[in-house]
Design a protein around this ligand. Structure first.
Ligand SMILES: Cc1cc2nc3c(=O)[nH]c(=O)nc-3n(C[C@H](O)[C@H](O)[C@H](O)COP(=O)(O)O)c2cc1C
Length: 164
C-alpha cells in the first residue's frame, strides 16, 4: 500500500455544500478502489491523505491534480510499502477547520490558524494535522479509528463532516 499527503488551494470561494459534495463523490469513487483517506479545509487550503493500492492512489491523484476547481496541488509526502492504514474508517471524509473553536478543540493550540497557510506546506505538520483531525472526527462520531482493512472505508454521512 501507499500513502500520499497533498495540499491544494481552491481557485475561488466555494460553499460548504459544494465541498461536502466533492467529498461524497470522492468517497464513493475511492471506495470502489479500496482507497481510504481524510481531508481538512481551512481558508481555502485543502490538505488530503489518500492511502490504498498504489495503482489506485496514483490514478486518483492524477485526476485530482487535473481538477480545475483547485490549483497548486503539491504532493507533500509519498510513502510506499505501508502495512497499515492510518485513515481506514472512511473512503474520504472532510473537516472544516475554519472555525477557531473547532481548531482549538482538534489541535489544542490557543493561537488559531494564523500561520496555517505557511505551515501546511510542511509534510510533518500536515500529516500530523490530518491525523489529529481524523482521530478527533472518529471519536466525535463514535466511529472506530482503527478500522483497518476488514472492510472498505465508509462513505461519510453529513454529520461526519465536522464544521464546528
Ligand atoms: C480538493 C479535492 C479533493 C478531491 N479528492 C478526490 C478523491 O479523493 N477521490 C476522487 O475520486 N476524486 C476526488 N476529487 C474529485 C476529482 O478531482 C474529480 O473531479 C473526480 O474524480 C471526477 O473525475 P473525472 O471527471 O475525471 O471522472 C477531489 C477534488 C478536489 C477539488
Amino acid at each position: 500500500m501507499i500513502i500520499y499527503a497533498f495540499r491544494s488551494e481552491l481557485k475561488s470561494i466555494m460553499s460548504y455544500t459544494d465541498m461536502q459534495n466533492i467529498c461524497l463523490s470522492s468517497a464513493r469513487n475511492n471506495r470502489k478502489w479500496n482507497v481510504t483517506g481524510y481531508m481538512v479545509e481551512c481558508g481555502g487550503v485543502f490538505l488530503q491523505a489518500l492511502e490504498g493500492p498504489e495503482d489506485a492512489v496514483t490514478s486518483i491523484f492524477r485526476r485530482v491534480v487535473n481538477d480545475p476547481r483547485h490549483h497548486h496541488v503539491d504532493l507533500l509526502l509519498s510513502n510506499d510499502g505501508v502495512a497499515r492504514r492510518q485513515f481506514g474508517a472512511w473512503a474520504m471524509n472532510l473537516m472544516f477547520l475554519d472555525d477557531p473553536l473547532l481548531w482549538r478543540r482538534v489541535v489544542g493550540s490557543l493561537s488559531p490558524y494564523d500561520d496555517f497557510l505557511h505551515r501546511s506546506q510542511d509534510p510533518i505538520f500536515s500529516l500530523g494535522l490530518l491525523s489529529l483531525a481524523y482521530q478527533f472526527a472518529c471519536s466525535a462520531t463514535s466511529v472506530d479509528a482503527a478500522a483497518t482493512g476488514l472492510e472498505r472505508g465508509r462513505v461519510p454521512r453529513l454529520q461526519h463532516m465536522l464544521r464546528s
